[in-house]
Ligand binder design. Structure first.
Ligand SMILES: NC(=O)C1=CN([C@@H]2O[C@H](COP(=O)(O)OP(=O)(O)OC[C@H]3O[C@@H](n4cnc5c(N)ncnc54)[C@H](OP(=O)(O)O)[C@@H]3O)[C@@H](O)[C@H]2O)C=CC1
Ligand SMILES: CC(=O)[C@@H](O)[C@H](O)COP(=O)(O)O
Ligand SMILES: [Mn+2]
Length: 386
């Protein structure tokens, strides 16, 4: 099986290589392309260990470093956005889309257009480009397999011939590190506190998004695109143990859930082996040790991200791209110390109010909305800093 891994140097990328190794390594998989951005030493090491044909950094300034790190290995080195997109569309059977943020949309689209099966960790593709992205996959005759743990869980428990009977899609949320914090305390939260996820080990940006519940907001939009249907409810419930990864409620009152340890290798392995379940060395649940599973309603006053995502779903069009673009700009500002934790949601809300929900007529319109949302967010962030 020929595969490529976009974002190999990240948390999902590393777990993907581990799963590839567990499921047979080079005897079963031919790794074509691996890509990263700034972590060149890791990119080169992963390219060598996986036997990739080409390693690409999207950062053109890192070309010389990558070239020299790969000297004598026979692995091709390339750099820049266009090289990344070219590598993404090299013919393979399966592509892991694990670049963080909207930066992943264009290369994942290029991979989708090549007809490969897309294992989608990058939720921003669906949040920002939704049906246009799904149409690109359908047009190429490809398959989309959700890797985000909630969506992978729902995909696992959706009974294929019972579509008519699905009443509820129930996303679980850990509640993040600030689940029990007051709003006043959250206002002064540091980047390290926000990035300290209580259950999952993930990249910095998604970890902070979990703390603000923007991650769950993005996942609501992602779920609406993947599983939404008229009359079907989309719910979020806080479940601090992160053992139930999400649930589906049916018309006979049954609720089916997928449970597991908080380890993304299960979702990645499922997408790599689909439709057969693989044998994976991940920690098994010990129910006696767990002893209890808790649930609570999310607090939309302390976490406005859920309300904003609900508004984006209701408004449709480019609202997902606008929400995500403003959120990415605000998140970068928070990480750089240019705004407070709670400012992120207020900046996103203002940008959404200003831009409304223009129709999503093309991918160019998606990219333009993303750029405009970032620009508007920058203006609000500058006002906050003044
Ligand atoms: N981590 C997790 O458990 C989960 C992650 N996801 C989603 O998967 C995606 C990846 O998350 P995660 O692995 O945590 O993120 P990481 O931050 O750990 O990794 C991000 C990857 O993207 C690369 N990258 C960063 N900026 C750019 C850019 N401008 N252009 C191209 N590549 C870039 C990074 O390269 P480098 O490191 O070399 O700079 C790295 O390979 C996100 O969309 C996230 O929401 C979804 C569910 C769970
Ligand atoms: C592992 C995964 O899929 C993350 O998106 C995770 O769900 C984050 O946890 P939160 O529920 O805290 O957002
Ligand atoms: Mn998730």
């Amino acid at each position: 099986m020929r595969i490529s891994i976009l974002g190999v140097t990240g948390s999902i990328g590393g777990s993907t290589l581990d799963v590839v190794e567990q499921l047979g390594g080079r005897e079963r998989f031919d790794v074509e392309a691996v890509t990263g951005h700034g972590n060149i030493a890791r990119l080169a090491a992963q390219a060598v260990s996986s036997g990739a044909k080409i390693a690409v950094t999207s950062n053109p300034d890192c070309y010389a470093e990558l070239k020299s790190a790969l000297a004598g290995t026979g692995i091709e080195a390339a750099a820049g956005r266009e090289a990344l997109c070219d590598a993404a569309e090299r013919p393979v059977d399966w592509v892991m889309a694990a670049i963080v943020g909207i930066a992943g949309l264009e290369p994942t689209l290029r991979a989708a257009r090549s007809g490969a099966t897309i294992a989608l960790a990058n939720k921003e593709c669906l949040v920002s480009a939704g049906s246009l992205f799904q149409a690109a996959i359908a047009q190429a005759g490809g398959t989309l397999l959700p890797v985000d743990s909630e969506h992978n869980a729902i995909f696992q428990v959706l009974e294929r011939d019972q579509d008519h009977a699905v009443e509820r899609i129930i996303l679980t949320a850990s509640g993040g590190p600030f689940r029990t914090w007051t709003r006043e305390r959250m206002a002064g939260a540091s980047v390290a506190e926000a990035a300290g996820h209580p259950r999952w080990s993930m990249g910095q940006k998604i970890s902070i998004d979990s703390a603000s519940l923007f991650n769950k907001g993005l996942e609501m939009i992602e779920a609406e695109h993947l599983f939404g249907a008229p009359g079907r409810a989309l719910e979020v419930v806080v479940h601090p143990q992160s053992v139930i990864h999400s649930m589906v409620g049916y018309s006979d009152g049954s609720v089916l859930a997928q449970l597991g340890s908080p380890d993304m290798r299960t979702a990645i392995g499922y997408a790599l082996s689909f439709p057969r379940r693989p044998n994976l060395d991940v920690e098994r649940l010990d129910f006696a040790k767990l002893s209890r599973l808790d649930f609570e309603a999310p607090d939309e006053t302390r976490f406005p991200a859920l309300r904003l995502a609900g508004q984006a779903i209701a408004a449709g069009g480019l609202s997902g791209a606008i929400l995500n673009g403003a959120k990415e700009a605000a998140l970068e500002a928070f990480i750089a110390g240019r705004c407070g934790f709670l400012d992120m949601a207020s900046v996103v809300e203002r940008v959404m109010e200003e831009m409304g929900a223009p129709p999503a007529t093309s991918l160019d319109a998606v990219f333009a909305a993303d750029i405009e949302a970032r620009g508007r967010a920058a203006i609000h962030l500058a006002r906050l800093a003044a």
